[in-house]
Write a protein that binds this ligand. Structure first.
Ligand code: PMP
Length: 283
């Protein structure tokens, strides 16, 4: 039995007592959006940026924001603290709410909002020794910029990755890498970092934004340009980013080793720079 506290529609409640309707549109249609923010040194990391993106996701799907960002940020911090999380994450989801099942928006509906916190190793992540990506076609829709809870394509991609013994999926469209199953993907060639430009084809990762800043501060050149799976395999280095993995070096793509399977110096500089910034902001 869990003794964790979550938050549901404005109320703090034990997780085992948090229930939603079978008619919730999040359950029926995946009609909802979400965010995941890291907790580091017991403090939320970049929650303001995550909440800006949440507001954008809600706006893009015509879901009126049920709470303002400041209230949500206070709530997320309280969840982290009450659950004793030093390193981990807070998950926050907003759905259009419960109504008789009908595809168009219901005329009278109250959004469902909930959040929970979990511990996770971030500074001392065992995957920092290098991970393997599993290559799959990107089967998603044309609004991947919205952080939607409709994620069957990613569920299948990440299950295929797990079955292949890989940590993460690398999705591509006609050979061009879009992103990871739940991460952004980067390569390094001749000292320059490459990552796909933001568009409706990928999620504009918050970690991606921060790593662009870390690279700029470190004087490492970056080009926001798409690359192919073949180019990633042949790259000097490859790494992935997400709010709950920070920066993880990639040492294998499918059955091919990247850079002879050795973690690259630029990847480690980005990881260390990211960790140093996280420590500065939360210490
Ligand atoms: N792309 C996808 C598809 C994701 O699900 C995620 C994780 N939410 C990311 C990229 C990375 O985004 P962030 O850095 O904001 O976690």
């Amino acid at each position: 039995m869990s003794h964790r506290t979550c938050w549901l529609n404005g109320t703090y409640v034990a997780e085992e007592h948090a229930h939603v309707s079978i008619f919730d549109r999040g359950l029926l249609f995946g009609d909802g959006v979400y965010e995941v923010a890291a907790v580091f040194n017991g403090r939320l990391l970049d929650a303001d940026r995550h909440l800006v993106r949440l507001e954008r996701s809600m706006r893009e799907i015509g879901l009126p924001a049920p709470y303002d960002a400041d209230a949500l940020q206070d709530m997320m911090q309280r969840l982290a603290s009450e659950n004793g999380i030093r390193e981990g994450l807070v998950y926050l989801q907003v759905t259009r709410g419960a109504a008789e099942r009908d595809f168009p928006f219901p005329s009278q509906v109250t959004p469902t909002a909930f959040a929970y916190a979990r511990p996770k190793k971030l500074s001392d992540d065992p995957n920092a020794v290098g991970i393997r990506l599993h290559v799959v076609p990107d089967l998603r829709w044309q609004r991947c910029d919205i952080k939607s809870t409709s994620m069957l394509a990613q569920v299948l991609a990440k299950q295929a990755a797990r079955q292949a013994g890989a940590f993460e999926a690398m999705m591509h469209e006609d050979g061009l890498v879009t992103e990871g199953g739940s991460s952004n993907v980067w390569i390094v060639r001749n000292g320059t970092i490459y990552t796909r430009p933001t568009s409706c084809d990928i999620l504009a990762g918050i970690t991606r934004d921060v790593v662009l800043e870390v690279a700029r501060d470190a004087g490492v050149p970056v080009q926001q340009r798409a690359f192919t799976v073949e180019q990633a395999i042949a790259a000097d280095e490859c790494f992935m980013t997400s709010a709950t993995s920070f920066v993880l070096p990639v040492t294998q793509i499918g059955d091919k080793r990247v850079a002879n399977g050795v973690v690259g110096p630029v990847s480690m500089r980005m990881r260390d720079g990211y960790l140093a910034r996280a420590a500065r902001l939360t210490g």
